[in-house]
Design a protein around this ligand. Sequence first.
Ligand code: CP
Ligand code: NVA
Length: 328
Amino acid sequence: METLPDQHTKILASKALLAARQGTKRGKPERSLLTLDDLNNSQMHQLLEGGLEMKQHPERFERALQGKSVALLFQKTSTRTRCSFEIGVGEMSGIPMYMEWKTSNFTLADLADEARALSRYVDLIVARVYHHTDLLTMKKHSEVPIVNGLCDRYHPCQGLADFMTLREYFGDLKGLNLCYIGDGNNVCHTLIQGAVKVGMHITVAHPPQYPPDADLVAAAQTHHAITLTQDPRAGVQGADAIYTDTWISMGDESETQTRLHAFQGFQVNQELLAHTPEHALIMHCLPAHRGYEISSEALDSPNSVIFDQAENRKHVQKFLLAWILEQV
Ligand code: CP
Ligand code: NVA
């Protein structure tokens, strides 16, 4: 039988542990990356330069994630995001764990509970979800940082790779003109946020029904960083890079016919590129739909940096993870 004083001591110890645990967070949860607006200008710069260093000297980071594990939770399909994170974590001696949403109990339980439980096993969670609001819930309840691997509103990891690619080709981003042609979607939103941070100007040429988010546009307008047009030919004048993305994002499939109709005339092709400066780079986040948002000639043209963007996902994300986990 326990003596009463012993039980009292145990209860006190238990209470102390419960109290100490309240609000416990591990790692740097404030460094979660849900949108590029989670970074200040100098952090954005640091990550882009870090991505370049990672690409040139991966050996410097071979042990950066030793003893760290990263969950990769996917509610949608992926090639680049999954592979670049999974290989990237391994290259830094960390443990990546791919999880399909639909074969996990995220399908049947409270999101907050599942995220909180998952965060007890790993040091960071990368999540690709349908709804941005789900990332906000995960960030609130996870005990470790959350990185957005794409949602309906943003694709910040893609944006980091895109600006890193532009930085590689042009050296300095300030004053460059980017023209995005097509859907005012997650990728477009991220490019708008990023352009403001790096001192670029972005022109978005979109069909009237598919503009980017009005609040993001208004925020960029306060920096004179954005022009909207519904005329792709006018949009590409003076552009240093032309960017496009699918007309039918994951989750928009039920609108396929309406969208195919609305986006006629918004294809990036040789005819449109005839209106661009000769040096203009051609960009696409992939997966691409040849013959729809981009012609094969444009995708495969000598000015295309599309596969550099895909490769740079890995380099810049490796640096991002090491930075969030304070290993650089
Ligand atoms: N660009 C990109 O995120 O590709 P995946 O959808 O294949 O990951
Ligand atoms: N806008 C696209 C990007 C894919 C990487 C989508 O959300 O499906």
